[in-house]
Ligand binder design. Structure first.
Ligand SMILES: O=C(O)CCC(=O)C(=O)O
Length: 290
């Protein structure tokens, strides 16, 4: 959570918020609504929010070109440096075994009146396990809920979801036992076990009284205020959960950094992204009280 000292630091959230607006006004940031990749509407459909990507190309829910960090506004570069610093420290504090690689991508989203981003995950192939974002401007709740398929345990085709169930899902203990049964069949191997596995995957939803439809309730709601940093770590959070952000007022920016494996992109959409040229070290901040 940010505070006055953090927000007022030179090049910090207050300066970034003003800087982004000044650069936008001067036409130096190509923030616009982008074409949704998943739309089936003839003529296409644009995102509610405005966005622009920097650094490594990101196959986001929307099709956005990627601009270089070298020529990016100070707020963009400063965000990358600060989020690298935050991620390094937070993961070290949490004694995470595989600390994240420095971020090489940043997505700038601008939310104006009544704009939001609906439930989605950041689990695209090639993404590193750590995602960090900085919020600027008007506060907004970020909500996290289990995905419908993992919450209910039934796929769209009506068969049992075979991933390990998460605590908090429908019929957790029964599903855990069923999952153990399926894992044991998998471990047995052979044609007979494979046939039983197939048959059990079909029969289990009815046997356990599972329904395919119905959204999970939000498990976490974070109020993201000006200067706050949000960190998600671990592939499972993207696999099992989805998040949405519904700002409840006027102007807000979200600047989200990720590590994208360059090798997950084909050569024609793989820009060269250099290292963070001005690493932030938090040296100007006072020591936190003991
Ligand atoms: O607006 C935010 O804080 C988060 C944006 C987001 O969900 C994303 O970039 O995936």
């Amino acid at each position: 959570m940010a505070n006055k000292t953090v927000n007022e630091e030179q090049g910090g959230p207050d300066d970034m918020f003003t800087g982004l607006q000044t650069e936008l006004e001067a036409g130096k940031i190509d923030l616009r609504r982008r074409l949704l990749s998943s739309t089936t509407l003839r003529g296409g459909q644009l995102t509610q929010h405005f966005c622009l990507n920097y650094g490594m190309y990101y196959k986001f829910v929307a099709q956005t070109a990627s601009e270089s960090f070298d020529t990016a506004p100070a707020a963009i570069k400063n965000t990358r440096s600060r989020l690298n610093w935050v991620a390094r420290h937070a993961l070290q504090l949490a004694q995470t075994p595989n600390p994240s690689l420095d971020f090489n991508e940043e997505l700038l989203i601008g939310y104006f009146e009544k704009q939001a981003i609906d439930y989605h995950d950041d689990g695209e192939a090639g993404l590193g396990p750590t995602i960090a974002s900085l919020s600027l401007g008007w506060p907004a709740p970020m909500k996290l809920r289990m995905k419908e398929k993992h919450y209910n345990g039934v796929s769209k085709a009506g068969v049992m979801v075979t991933d390990k169930p998460m605590p908090g899902c429908e019929k957790y203990s029964e599903r855990l036992a069923a999952w153990q049964e399926l894992e044991a069949l998998k471990a047995t191997g052979g044609e007979e076990a494979a046939a039983t596995y197939k048959q059990r995957v079909k029969a289990l939803p009815k046997e356990l009284g599972l329904k395919a439809k119905g959204n999970a309730r939000d498990v976490v709601t974070l109020q993201l205020r000006h200067g706050d940093v949000m960190l998600m770590h671990g592939a499972d959070i993207q696999k099992y959960y989805e998040h949405a952000v519904v700002p409840d007022g006027a102007l807000r920016f979200a600047l989200t950094c990720r590590y994208i494996d360059p090798m997950s992109l084909s050569e024609d959409i793989r820009p060269h992204v250099g290292p963070d040229s001005q690493p932030y070290d938090g040296a100007a901040l006072p020591e936190p009280p003991k």
